[in-house]
Design a protein around this ligand. Structure first.
Ligand code: APR
Length: 268
């Protein structure tokens, strides 16, 4: 575990105090929270977009022109994505929801690791990898059906059993709109949140990178846990540039300590 210095430990205590006294805290996560589960992020040092140009492999325009490019990238990263397990960062966020410290998780990730960690109220603003839709007749396939198809047919892109059009995973590509319900729910939650904890995001992709501005505009506070700076650091109440898998469990531990102290005081 990365050794934290005394300043970082003080900041963790401050985060715990802020969260314990919050009324409507929410968490916003990005790919950085899943790197410790073996899933590469997009813009970190060994990010996916270092290897695959997003304008060729990650946009809806390029997908419609030639879906096999996207599927070649998917073939490379899917095993990590499908077999990944939640890490202590995901588990800590699920614990914060169980302790009723946070109301919801808004995630840009499609890996479903928050669900696997036990989080219940999760808004996947960039979709997820558990459904695959036919671009022709809108037929829909789940992960198991897709994997069986790829194993049997071998060719890419996987095509629809009914109309032979290519299949597309239910993730949001560049140039696509976000799912309306998750998008508007996230904006509403951000506006109502008195504390937004941002974990593992470079905050560089709109519209989600602007979500924390809704919290700030309503007088809410930001906590940013990221291993590199973001554009909102100087407007955040607390910034901790350390691994989410290290910091988030320490925040949960600190909250439990404060709660125990408070409970023992009220009992005496
Ligand atoms: N702990 C803390 N921070 C981390 C860790 C970690 N273990 N691992 C990586 N990071 C940081 C990286 O330094 C980077 O700043 O997390 C951030 C991840 O940023 P991105 O790779 O840009 O991911 P994200 O912010 O989620 O990207 C948003 O862009 O390409 C699209 O749809 C894609 O949802 C994605 C969106």
């Amino acid at each position: 575990m990365d050794a934290l210095d005394s300043t970082e430990r003080e900041r963790i205590s401050k985060v715990a105090e802020l969260l314990i006294n919050s009324k409507n805290a929410v968490v916003l996560t990005g790919a950085g929270i899943s790197t410790e589960s073996g899933i590469p992020d997009f813009r970190g040092e060994s990010g996916i977009w270092e290897k695959y140009k997003p304008e060729i492999y990650g946009s809806i325009q390029s997908f419609l022109k030639d879906p096999s490019k996207f599927w070649k990238m998917a073939e490379d990263i899917a095993p990590n994505l499908f077999n990944a397990k939640p890490n202590p960062g995901h588990l800590a966020i699920a614990a914060l929801e169980k302790m009723n410290i946070i109301k919801a998780v808004i995630t840009q990730n499609v890996d479903e690791l928050h669900h696997k960690a036990g989080s219940i109220i999760v808004y996947e603003v960039h979709g997820n990898i558990n459904r695959f839709t036919c671009l022709g007749c809108r037929a829909s396939y789940n992960k198991e059906q897709l994997l069986r198809k790829i194993k049997k047919e071998k060719n890419l892109p996987p095509v629809c059993d009914y109309c032979a059009a290519p299949l597309k995973p239910s993730v949001v590509l560049f140039g696509e709109n976000l799912p309306n319900f998750e998008k508007y729910m996230s904006i509403d939650l951000a506006k109502k949140s008195d504390v937004m904890l941002i974990a593992g995001s470079s905050l560089t992709v709109a519209p989600i990178c602007d979500l924390p501005l809704n919290t700030l505009s309503e007088g809410g506070k930001l906590i940013i846990i990221n291993d590199e700076p973001t554009y909102l650091d100087e407007r955040a109440e607390i910034v901790i540039n350390q691994k989410t898998g290290t910091v988030l469990p320490l925040i949960v531990e600190e909250i439990k300590k404060i709660k125990a102290k408070y409970e023992s005081k009220t009992q005496n």
